[in-house]
Design a protein around this ligand. Structure first.
Ligand code: CFM
Length: 544
């Protein structure tokens, strides 16, 4: 099919659901919309965080993936045991490019290992508790770790193994922290449920265990940064140059000790809102640490976020230092940006990624003059699309009710409001906002397409109709997209690239996109039916 620039965005939306049965089309239509900004206060409402329709090929992952893989996965010195059949353990082993850097070889790093209880049919029938107990003991005997975490896969919940009781028992016996997660794959509609379960578990069992005051003058924790492709290394270095002390990161390049001490920071910076906002809220309620949203993706966003940090501390030395760093870095960024922009200006991108990058990466494309014509999350909630102001209006359905909502009160001894009401209002009057995320849609162009939990079929239709210059998604989509002659950039794993965070990362990303959208390789590939005319080989090839 030819590209159809003649179709309006509304028509394209209709086209996307046309082939579905009526009920499916109706449901999918609530998750596909044409963005409208500049309305009085609101963007249109989108349906999100709802079940994927069976039979539809989704990009989503499971609850176990969100808990074990995403939130806890990047921590190097906790032994993460997957309680379940070996498939779940093996296929979750090092599939995400979260890097880590122990200071020396003497420090624990279990990330390269794959721990599983290797449940067999027999355990499904008679219960897997004994096997779990043995596995924890064995892991302890071999490695003597500081902590062991247990992650439940689907069968564990179905047969009812009490993983929490085993964890308590082994914690007592071994004298180290052992905790478990009921993060069975089916427990929520996507990995998003796993984030919430992981947040709850960290808050219940880890955060707040070490009250040592941090040594820095300006102490922050960074929430929702996972060190994919080395992003955290760039940010750590940047903070250090600015004189900002990073108490803990959830959870890129992190350790157990850092988590235990995280609540001692002066302020929490939330990067990926979707995966970690619960921890930010709970730390604030119990310990009095405020949080605000940052975005270290894109040079402009990085500069803006750094300035927010400096503004928060109201310290002239820090403000000056941050300005110096921004100036130095921006000089390098500008050279690369102008060069790349001259070749990328006007090109069009589509971004379909998890729960925050489909938003954050639009900034990088904007910086090199590229337009995001369609974007969507796999599993984010309405607040990530429309902004946190819609939180009170989000209906709690049975699937969300399934996930524990922790009730958190201020700690009687340790609650310490970092900001008095006056401190907060003064900062707000100066333009700072706390506890807020504006969401993706208010920052996208009117007329752009927003698709939640995009299906494979819709992906192919979109590509045929729009012919974007680059399609950003994950490994499951990548090669299907490239077979259609459109370059695809993985925004989960970064392919083999990165880091893309901060100033240095922005330069890497500009160059990578330049390379992808300006290559001539796609026009050089001739399909077999063009080389050789045979009646059995009849097809059309969608070419740029
Ligand atoms: Fe947050 Fe992430 Fe993302 Fe995410 Fe993820 Fe990821 Fe992602 Mo893949 S925590 S929501 S569950 S930014 S693994 S590092 S890239 S889907 S957009």
């Amino acid at each position: 099919m030819e590209a159809s620039p003649s179709l309006s965005t509304d028509e394209i939306r209709a086209e996307l659901v046309k082939a579905y049965p009526t009920k499916v089309a109706r449901k999918r239509s609530t998750q596909i919309l044409v963005n409208q900004t500049g309305l009085e206060t609101v963007v249109p409402e989108i349906a999100a965080n709802i079940r994927t329709i069976p039979g539809i090929i989704s990009q989503r992952g499971c609850t176990y993936a969100g808990c074990k893989g995403v939130v806890l996965g990047p921590t190097r010195d906790i032994i993460n045991i997957t309680h379940g059949p070996i498939g779940c353990g093996f296929y979750s082993w090092l599939t995400r490019r979260n890097q880590t850097k122990p200071p020396t070889n003497e420090h624990d790093n279990f990330m390269t290992y794959c721990f599983s209880t290797d449940m067999k049919e027999e355990d499904i029938v008679f219960g897997g508790v004994k096997r779990l107990r043995t596995a924890i003991q064995e892991a302890y005997d071999i490695f003597h770790p500081k902590a062991i975490a247990v992650f439940s896969t689907c069968p564990v919940g179905l047969i009812g193994d009490d993983v929490h009781a085993v964890a308590r028992e082994m914690k007592e016996k071994l004298g180290i922290n052992v905790f478990a997660f009921s993060c069975e794959g089916y427990r929520g509609v996507s990995q998003s449920a796993g984030h919430h379960i992981a947040n709850n578990g960290l808050f219940k069992h880890v955060i707040g265990h070490d009250d040592t005051p941090p040594t820095g003058k300006f102490n922050i924790s960074l929430l929702g940064e996972y060190n994919i492709g080395g992003d955290a290394f760039v940010l750590e270095e940047m903070f250090e140059r600015c004189g900002i002390n990073l108490v803990a990161t959830f959870s890129g390049n992190s350790t157990m000790d850092r988590f235990e001490n995280a609540h001692m920071a002066d302020v929490n910076l939330v990067m990926c809102h979707r995966s970690i906002n619960y921890v930010a809220d709970m730390i604030e309620k119990r310990f009095g640490v405020p949080w605000f949203k940052v975005n270290f993706t894109g040079a402009a966003g990085t500069a803006k976020s750094l300035r927010k940090v400096a503004q928060y501390f109201e310290d002239q030395t820090l403000i000056d230092r941050v300005e110096e760093v921004i100036e130095e870095e921006m000089a390098k960024v500008e050279v690369a940006r102008k060069d790349v922009r001259s070749r990328c200006e006007g090109k069009r991108a589509m971004l379909f990624v998890g729960g925050s990058r489909a938003h954050h990466y639009q900034d990088l494309f904007r910086e090199i003059g590229m337009e995001t014509i369609a974007a969507g999350y796999e599993f984010a909630h309405r607040d990530d699309y429309e902004g946190r102001r819609v939180l009170p209006t989000i209906k709690v359905d049975a699937d969300s009710r399934n996930i524990e909502e922790l009730h958190v009160d201020p700690d009687p001894e340790r609650y310490r409001a970092r900001l008095s009401p006056e401190d907060r209002s003064r900062r707000e009057a100066a333009g700072m906002t706390f506890n807020d995320y504006e969401g993706m849609m208010p920052e996208m162009a009117s007329g752009a397409l927003v698709v939640d939990d995009i299906s494979h079929y819709e992906t192919e239709r979109l590509l045929e109709m729009y012919r974007p210059d680059v399609f950003c998604a994950g490994i499951k989509e990548k090669f299907a997209v490239q077979k259609m002659g459109i370059p695809s950039k993985q925004l989960h794993s970064y392919d083999y690239g990165g880091p893309y965070a901060g100033f240095r990362g922005a330069i890497n990303f500009y160059r990578e996109i330049d390379r992808l959208v300006n290559t001539r390789i796609w026009s050089m590939i001739a399909p077999p039916w063009e080389k050789e005319k045979r009646p059995s080989l009849d097809a059309t090839y969608v070419r740029p």
